[in-house]
Design a protein. Structure first.
Length: 650
């Protein structure tokens, strides 16, 4: 770790404009005071904010309980309801204000006021209760980016059920793994989704997932998003509209302990088994609320659009919960940025008066290919803040985003955080001077550091392991059903109770953080974290594959491309047969995991480069995948000739 160096040299600094400094809620003086208070009284800082920003059914008296460290608990004797905080408390002053503006793939638009959202959430909360869902039960939500997904999440929160949203692009097999691990009682899905002008069936994947096992799932609620027919299993499946017919539009929110799990979100891990990241209720909501106020400065006049799917943590914190907690108007979009053409994002921004836009560097790089002329056809003058999420943004994309989309006037809020952190950890405020490619500095109350392999803190300019030194309210509480994995993954340092991020980084002379990438074998493909072991397992499940290794290589659009190195249990084919097998394996991975995991390139060999102890030398495979010359020591390899086999293939 201590040998990591940045090859990026970036000296440009962009100061906030006077217009920005005079219009935002958090000024330099306020920010300085927050940092001061957080450094002097860490627990008091968070506790005071929790009392000020959230409404509690039962006020708490305990700020942080670290007696079970590394299982840190916040506001442990308090009770709260997330749905009440996101909806009910706004009804007196914002009943007719738009809570959700939805634009479908085909351009259909629907708006839900806070009153209408309240009624919908209550009706569906009563529906879930009528189907036997109780406080603490797990509910799987497998839906596209439509308002009903947020309604389902909020309804679960209202009754104290624990939801787990599964990205609609995952396959039946991946869905089954998550249903089984959560021991879910009910699944909510749609007959299909619309994306890029195409209809994608979802209910069939649920049927396939439940085909064998999953007997604990008693009901499947199906929302009809499209006109396509859907097969319904008698006694198990029920139409959403039929299920909620006659239900009251009021459901009393159920107070739960602040540490009650709000949701599980499965993220890939290097062991091959998805991790059920468990988040609390009170602590999670606090950071979701604060970061929407701090980073995005959301107010009554804003239309906030976070393009992330609700199947990922960004869609939880910056779609389903945070914007509603602060009483903002947020936009949901079902489609893709390039349909019907590559101006779709900018047209949506124009048509709905979007003021704050939050997307992934992957999307920005993809849209850059179409040039500056296309976005200039649209009126983007209402945009005042731009944000990025999912991976570090390269300076070239940062500059295009800043100049073409932001007209050189909009601060770019480059956010670093994780599924496990729950909310932004290192990110600029709108008033922060910006450096293209840097996520700038930690938020007040977040203490980050860079360590070497021995756990020693490194100085400025030295690359190493990024850690968070003190607990914060929205941090992961556990890995569902696997406490040892929680401890070994996130708190592996024996001498200090630091949260180990898994990313490498360094600080420049101004204290700005620069993220260098993952230090484990988790890939970041188009903003999605994918475990290499899951993809390897999918490949090996093919009848012709004996062994496989997955590494990432840089990709101009996706951030990282998936490179596969495969050992077959049949002769290595040539010509058309090789081409056909590559296509077959790619589709096999898509079926097993999802299209996002398909390898971009597949190389075949008689073995993988391994040490004599059997360890696969992934660093050598990464070098080959990048097309670079191997300069590393290969003396420990069992058979160095294997490298030549892979190098000869492009």
């Amino acid at each position: 770790m201590s040998n990591i160096e940045s090859i990026l040299t970036e000296t440009r600094i962009f100061e906030p404009t006077e217009k920005v400094k005079n219009s935002v809620a958090i000024t330099e003086a306020v920010l300085a005071e927050m940092h001061k208070k957080a450094s002097e009284d860490h627990v008091g800082f968070w506790s005071d904010l929790a009392k000020e920003k959230l409404e509690w059914s039962k006020p708490f008296t305990v700020g942080l309980d670290d007696s079970k460290a590394p299982h840190y608990e916040w506001f442990t004797d308090g009770e709260i309801n997330v749905s009440y905080n996101c909806i009910d408390r706004h009804l007196e002053t914002k009943s007719d204000k738009a809570a959700i503006i939805f634009e479908g793939d085909l351009g259909d638009v629907q708006t839900y006021t806070y009153k209408e959202l309240h009624d919908q959430v209550c009706r569906f909360a009563n529906t879930l209760t009528a189907q036997g869902v109780e406080k603490g039960d797990r509910v799987i939500i497998y839906m596209p980016m439509i308002p009903q997904a947020v309604i389902a999440m909020q309804a679960c929160a209202r009754i104290g059920a624990i939801h787990s949203v599964v990205f609609g692009g995952f396959s039946a097999e991946a869905l089954r793994d998550r249903i089984e691990n959560a021991n879910a009682k009910l699944v909510i899905t749609t007959n299909g989704s619309r994306r890029g002008g195409k209809t994608i069936p979802l209910k069939g994947a649920v049927d396939a997932a439940l085909e064998k096992g999953c007997d604990h799932v008693k009901k499947v609620i199906v929302y009809r998003r499209t006109d396509d027919e859907v097969e319904m299993k008698e006694g198990r499946d029920i139409d959403w509209m039929d299920a909620e017919a006659g239900m009251s539009n009021y459901h009393e929110p159920v107070p739960v302990n602040a540490e009650h799990p709000l949701f599980l979100l499965y993220t890939s891990g290097s062991t091959g088994t998805p991790k059920g990241v468990q988040h609390s209720t009170g602590g999670y909501l606090l950071n979701a609320h604060l970061t929407n106020e701090w980073m995005f400065d959301l107010n009554d006049n804003d239309v906030f659009w976070c393009t992330a799917d609700v199947g990922w943590i960004t869609g939880h914190t910056y779609v389903a919960y945070g914007p509603l907690s602060v009483g903002a108007t947020m936009l949901m979009f079902e489609g893709v940025p390039t349909y019907p053409d590559a101006g779709r994002f900018w047209q949506v921004c124009q048509d709905h008066g979007v003021t704050v836009f939050y997307t992934a560097p992957t999307a920005i790089r993809a849209l850059m290919k179409f040039g500056a002329d296309l976005p200039e056809k649209y009126d983007l003058s209402k945009l005042r803040l731009l944000g990025t999420v999912g991976e570090p943004i390269n300076p070239e994309a940062w500059m295009w985003y800043h100049e073409v989309i932001g007209r050189g006037e909009c601060p770019i809020i480059d956010t670093w955080w994780q599924t496990e952190t729950g909310a932004h950890m290192i990110a600029p405020f709108p008033i922060t001077p910006l450096k293209p490619g840097s996520c700038t500095k930690p938020l007040p109350g977040i203490e980050a550091a860079i360590l070497d392999e021995e756990g020693n803190e490194l100085g400025l300019g030295e690359g190493g392991l990024l850690v968070i030194k003190k607990p914060w309210p929205s941090m992961i509480r556990n890995v569902w059903g696997d406490e040892e994995r929680y401890k070994s993954t996130y708190f592996p340092l024996q001498d200090v109770p630091y949260y180990v991020v898994g990313d490498s980084a360094y600080q420049d002379k101004d204290g700005y953080f620069w993220i260098l990438g993952r230090v484990d074998d988790v890939l970041n493909v188009s903003g999605h974290r994918l475990g290499t072991m899951e993809i390897e397992s999918a490949l090996v499940s093919h009848e012709k594959v004996a062994e496989a290794a997955i590494v990432g290589r840089p990709h101009d659009i996706k951030g990282e491309a998936v490179s596969a190195f495969v050992v077959l249990n049949v002769d290595i084919p040539n010509g058309d047969e090789r081409t056909a097998l590559v296509a077959e394996l790619r589709e096999h991975v898509a079926k097993e995991i999802g299209p996002i995991a398909k390898p971009d390139d597949i190389r075949f060999g008689t073995n993988l480069p391994k040490t004599r102890s059997g360890k696969i030398m992934r660093r050598l495979l990464r070098t080959i995948a990048k097309g670079e010359e191997i300069t590393q020591d290969t003396s420990t390899l069992e058979d160095p000739s294997i490298l030549e086999q892979f190098q000869q293939q492009k």
